[in-house]
Ligand binder design. Structure first.
Ligand SMILES: *[C@@H]1O[C@H](CO)[C@@H](O)[C@H](O)[C@H]1NC(C)=O
Ligand SMILES: *[C@@H]1O[C@H](CO)[C@@H](O)[C@H](O)[C@H]1NC(C)=O
Ligand SMILES: *[C@@H]1O[C@H](CO)[C@@H](O)[C@H](O)[C@H]1NC(C)=O
Ligand SMILES: *[C@@H]1O[C@H](CO)[C@@H](O)[C@H](O)[C@H]1NC(C)=O
Ligand SMILES: *[C@@H]1O[C@H](CO)[C@@H](O)[C@H](O)[C@H]1NC(C)=O
Ligand SMILES: *[C@@H]1O[C@H](CO)[C@@H](O)[C@H](O)[C@H]1NC(C)=O
Length: 540
C-alpha cells in the first residue's frame, strides 16, 4: 500500500514537472534545456505561447499571429531530430513589433494605409532571427506610427490593432511605442519580443511593464524594411524578462547589412562582434565607474515631481551598486543641459528624417494597395477615411502637419537640415552624454529610466533598462493626458538605465546583468493578469 503522504508528494512532483519552467519567467537557457532534453518540442512551445496569447487577449498586445508558426516549428523540430541544431535560438518563439516586416504578416505601423501592403522580403533582422532558428510567432501592437502622428492619441493605440493595455494595473497605460512588445514580454507570451526605438520606444514600455529592454547603438542592427521615423535615431532591440535572454537576441540580430549603410559604422566585422551572452558576468559592477548627472535628475523632477518615488529607489540602487564594488561618481553633469532642453533641433531632425525616410520605405514596397508614396499621401488617406478606424480628428495628425508645413517643414536633404543636425549632435554629444562619459572616464552613466531616453537618442548611443521597483500602496492614481488609461498607480513598475558609448553594448549588458542578479526585482509584484497555459512536458 502506498501511504497517502507518498501520493501527495508524487502528485506535487508531477505538478512541478508539468509546470516547470513557468513561461512567465522562462529564460532562453531554460527553454533550450527543455528543447535539448526532449522535454518539449518547438511545436509544443509555439502551442503553449499561442494559448497564452489567447489567455491574455483582453490586453490586446498581439495584433496578428503568424499563420505558419506551427509549420515552421515542426520543420525546426525535424531538423533537430536529424541532429542539426542551429544554435541557442533553435525553436525559440519570438514576437516582433508591427513595424518590422516579415513575409507572413502585414507590416503597417498600425495604419490602415498599409494593410495588405507587401515588402519584397523579410526585414534583415527577421531573416537573421530565422537563420538562427527562431520562430516568428506574430506581430505586437504599437503606438501608431511609433508615436509619430498625433499630439493627443494614447500610448499603444493604433487603427490596425486597437488599444494595448499594460500588464500591471487594469486599464494601465502600456507606455510606448513598443507597447505590445513590452506587455507580451511581461506576460511571457513569447520567449522574447522585439521593439524599435527612436527616443524611448523600447526603454519606456520595458520599464512600465517591468521587463528588460536594450536600445542598441544606431547602426548595430539594420533598419532594412523596418518602417522608419529617423535614420539618425532608429534602432531595433530585444525586450525580455531577463538580461541574458536579451543578450542572446541581440547577438542574433546585430551585424552589417548592405541595405543599411549605417551598419558599416560597426567597428568590427560580423565574426568578431562582441559576445553579448558571455558579457553577462555576476561581478561586472566591481570596479566599474558609474556617473550620475545630478543636474539632469533635478531638471526632470522640476517638470514632474510625481517621479520622486523612482528617484528615491534609484538613490538606494546606487548604494547597492557601491556595495557590489562600483565607484559612483556624483555630479557628472551634462554641460549643455539647459540649451538641450530648450533646443528645437531634436524635433526638427525627426520631422525632416521622417519626411525623407518614410517615402524611401514606401518606395521599397512590392505591393502598395492604397498607393501611398509620401507622408502627404498617408496624411490625406488618414484624414479621408475618417471618421473611421483612424479616429481622425479625435486623434489628430499634429506631428505630420508640422512636418508638412510649407514654410517650416523640410526633408533631410534640405540645406537647412545639416546645421540643425550638428546642433543636435553637439548638445547630446560633448554637451551631454558623450562629454560626461569622457570627462569623468566613466564606464556608464546611470539614470532613472523615466529620464534616460532623450540623452542617448540624439547621438545614437546604447541604453539598457532593468527593473528597479514598483509604485507603492499610497500612490495617488494619475491618468494619461487623454484621460482613458492609468499612467501611475500602485504596482506600476519602473526601471534603472545604464547609458554608454556607441557600440559599448557588451559593457552595459554586464553592468545590467550584475545589477539584475543582485536585486531580482522582476517578479516581486506579478502582472494583474497572468496567463495560465503552460508548455506540456513529454517527460512528465
Ligand atoms: C493582413 O491584413 C489583411 C487585411 O486586413 C487580412 O485579411 C489578413 O488576414 C492579414 N494577415 C494576417 C496574417 O493576419
Ligand atoms: C546610404 O544608403 C542610401 C540608400 O540605401 C544612399 O542613398 C546613401 O547615399 C548611402 N550613404 C552612404 C554614405 O553611402
Ligand atoms: C551638478 O548639478 C547639481 C544639480 O543641479 C548641482 O547641485 C551641482 O553643483 C552641479 N555640479 C557641478 C560640478 O556642476
Ligand atoms: C493604385 O494605383 C493603381 C495603378 O495606378 C490603380 O490600379 C489602383 O486603382 C490604385 N488604387 C487606389 C486605392 O487608388
Ligand atoms: C485632438 O486634437 C484635435 C485637433 O486639435 C481635436 O479636434 C480633437 O478633439 C482632440 N481630441 C481630444 C480627445 O481631445
Ligand atoms: C508612501 O509610503 C512611503 C513608504 O512606503 C513613504 O516613504 C512616503 O512618504 C509615502 N508617500 C505619501 C505621499 O504618503
Amino acid at each position: 500500500m502506498v501511504s497517502p503522504w507518498r501520493l501527495v508528494l508524487l502528485g506535487a512532483c508531477l505538478r512541478v514537472a508539468a509546470q516547470f519552467p513557468s513561461l512567465l519567467d522562462a529564460t532562453i537557457d531554460d527553454l533550450r534545456g527543455g528543447l535539448d532534453s526532449g522535454a518539449f518540442s518547438a511545436v509544443d512551445l509555439v502551442t503553449a505561447y499561442l494559448g497564452r496569447i489567447s489567455d491574455a487577449s483582453s490586453l490586446n498586445s498581439v495584433t496578428e499571429i503568424n499563420p505558419d508558426a506551427l509549420d515552421i516549428a515542426a520543420e525546426l523540430d525535424r531538423e533537430r531530430a536529424q541532429g542539426r541544431v542551429r544554435g541557442p535560438l533553435h525553436g525559440i518563439p519570438v514576437l516582433i513589433k508591427n513595424n518590422i516586416a516579415s513575409m507572413e504578416n502585414n507590416n503597417t505601423a498600425g495604419s490602415t494605409a498599409l494593410l495588405g501592403a507587401k515588402t519584397p522580403r523579410d526585414a534583415f533582422l527577421v531573416s537573421r532571427l530565422r537563420t538562427a532558428g527562431a520562430v516568428i510567432l506574430g506581430k505586437t501592437g504599437l503606438s501608431q506610427w511609433a508615436n509619430f502622428r498625433s499630439s493627443n492619441s494614447s500610448n499603444g493605440w493604433s487603427a490596425h490593432g486597437g488599444q494595448v493595455f499594460g500588464a500591471y494595473v487594469e486599464m494601465q497605460d502600456p507606455s510606448g511605442s513598443s507597447s505590445g512588445s513590452g506587455v507580451a514580454a511581461a506576460l511571457g507570451l513569447a520567449a522574447a519580443t522585439l521593439g524599435t526605438e527612436t527616443s524611448g520606444s523600447i526603454l519606456s514600455p520595458a520599464q512600465r511593464n517591468g521587463v528588460v529592454g536594450i536600445k542598441p547603438t544606431v547602426g548595430l542592427v539594420s533598419r532594412d524594411l523596418v518602417i522608419p521615423i529617423s535614420e539618425h535615431q532608429d534602432t531595433i532591440g530585444p525586450m525580455t524578462g531577463d538580461v541574458k535572454t536579451a543578450a542572446y537576441i541581440l547577438q542574433a540580430i546585430a551585424g552589417q547589412d548592405a541595405n543599411d549603410n549605417y551598419t558599416s559604422a560597426i567597428p568590427a566585422s560580423i565574426p568578431t562582434l562582441p559576445d553579448y551572452v558571455a558579457a553577462c558576468k555576476l561581478d561586472a559592477l566591481s570596479g566599474a565607474r558609474l556617473g550620475v548627472p545630478s543636474n539632469a535628475i533635478e531638471l526632470f523632477l522640476e517638470f514632474d515631481s510625481t517621479r520622486q518615488v523612482e528617484v528615491d529607489a534609484f538613490t538606494s540602487a546606487l548604494d547597492t551598486m557601491t556595495r557590489a564594488g562600483a565607484n559612483i561618481v556624483q555630479n557628472t553633469n551634462f554641460t549643455e543641459l539647459e540649451a538641450w532642453a530648450n533646443s528645437r533641433a531634436p524635433g526638427i531632425v525627426l520631422r525632416a528624417d521622417f519626411l525623407t525616410n518614410l517615402a524611401s520605405y514606401l518606395s521599397k514596397l512590392s505591393f502598395n494597395p492604397n498607393n501611398v508614396t509620401s507622408l502627404a499621401d498617408v496624411s490625406r488617406f488618414t484624414k479621408t477615411i475618417s471618421p473611421g478606424p483612424e479616429e481622425f480628428p479625435s486623434r489628430d495628425t499634429a506631428t505630420w502637419d508640422q512636418a508638412l508645413d510649407p514654410q517650416s517643414g523640410f526633408g533631410n536633404d534640405d540645406p537647412r537640415f545639416f546645421p540643425i543636425l550638428q546642433e543636435n549632435l553637439r548638445l547630446g554629444g560633448e554637451g551631454g552624454l558623450l562629454g560626461a562619459l569622457d570627462r569623468h572616464e566613466l564606464d556608464a552613466i546611470v539614470l532613472p529610466t523615466s529620464f534616460s531616453p532623450g540623452f542617448a537618442a540624439g547621438v545614437g548611443s546604447p541604453v539598457i533598462t532593468v527593473p528597479l521597483g514598483y509604485y507603492p500602496a499610497n500612490t495617488t492614481k494619475v491618468m494619461n493626458t487623454r484621460g482613458n488609461l492609468v499612467d501611475t498607480a500602485e504596482n506600476v513598475p519602473f526601471g534603472i538605465s545604464f547609458l554608454g558609448r556607441k557600440f559599448d553594448e557588451a559593457k552595459l549588458i554586464g553592468l545590467a546583468f550584475a545589477f539584475e542578479q543582485l536585486t531580482k526585482v522582476r517578479g516581486k509584484v506579478k502582472p494583474f493578469l497572468v496567463p495560465e497555459t503552460e508548455v506540456r512536458r513529454r517527460d512528465a
